[in-house]
Design a binder for this molecule. Structure first.
Ligand code: BTN
Length: 248
């Protein structure tokens, strides 16, 4: 077991990803170290957004990995296994819910977001020296104040509170399982499972792609991690995160 061989706990930090970065700098964090905090003063979301989390109510953590076996051009596979692990974790707690991965790494239950992932890779030459994997899962929070469009928590769906330490251990276990598959080189089955877990896969939905509204279906994810879609006019699209917006 690599992930969680060293767990550093804090009551409050700016952001667990920033703490992880500092601790890497001071050689206090190494392969498998997990930074866990009850609260973040400036939790970071994707694309410069803020990650809202009420003190002590949710899982806020960063995992430090040294995936030196993975070439930088293959780094999107890390995103896939972490997304699959967090989705599998939510499914373990909420077995009857429809849990999906909204590309690239939002974890959804139906049309609501229950968890987010923010990965910062530190690349030196041709090696991923460190990967800082930030994970936020909404566990017991009932009221969300920020303008994030559609948050939901495990407690809202299960009508009960969950013990944060207990669910943390389940998440660690699930992350280790998926990281093990990657280290064993099971890339094809990871890719297959990721595609099978994608929110809106293969069904026509509205999107905004570079300022144009289109109806399209997701057909896959490219080698470089871009989302591939086919429009209802049979046009093909390949988008990075900034180029596409999922519309309701
Ligand atoms: C997203 O926008 O969906 C990504 C959210 C990632 C939030 C987690 S909470 C723990 C870690 N520390 C941060 O500052 N962000 C990530």
């Amino acid at each position: 077991m690599i992930i969680g061989n060293n767990v550093l706990e804090f009551d409050e930090v700016e952001s667990t990803n920033l703490t992880a970065n500092e601790l890497i700098g001071s050689k206090t964090a190494h392969d498998g170290t997990v930074i866990l905090s009850a609260y973040q003063k400036h939790g970071k979301g994707q694309e410069g957004n803020y990650w809202e989390s009420e003190a002590g109510q949710n899982l806020l953590m960063s995992v430090v990995l040294c995936p030196t076996f993975l070439k930088p051009e293959k780094q999107s596979i890390l995103n896939k296994i972490i997304s699959l692990a967090v989705a599998a974790f939510v499914k373990k707690i909420l077995p009857s819910e429809n849990v999906k991965i909204k590309w690239p790494n939002d974890i959804y239950v139906d049309d609501k977001k229950i968890a987010g992932i923010l990965i910062n890779n530190i690349i030196k030459g041709n090696t991923i020296e460190y990967s800082i994997i930030g994970i936020g899962v909404n566990i017991n929070q009932k009221l969300f104040l920020s303008d994030a469009p559609n948050p939901i928590s495990i407690a809202q769906l299960s009508n009960k509170n969950h013990d944060i330490k207990q669910v943390f251990l389940i998440l660690i276990d699930t992350l280790n399982h998926w990281y093990e598959l990657l280290r064993n080189g099971l890339i094809a089955s990871i890719d297959k499972k990721y595609i099978a877990s994608l929110y809106r896969y293969g069904i026509y939905h509205p999107y905004k792609i570079i300022d144009k509204k289109v109806y399209a279906k997701i057909t896959g994810v490219s080698e470089y991690g871009h989302l591939m879609l086919e429009g209802d006019d049979t046009r093909h699209y390949e988008c990075d995160l900034k180029e596409i917006e999922f519309l309701i």
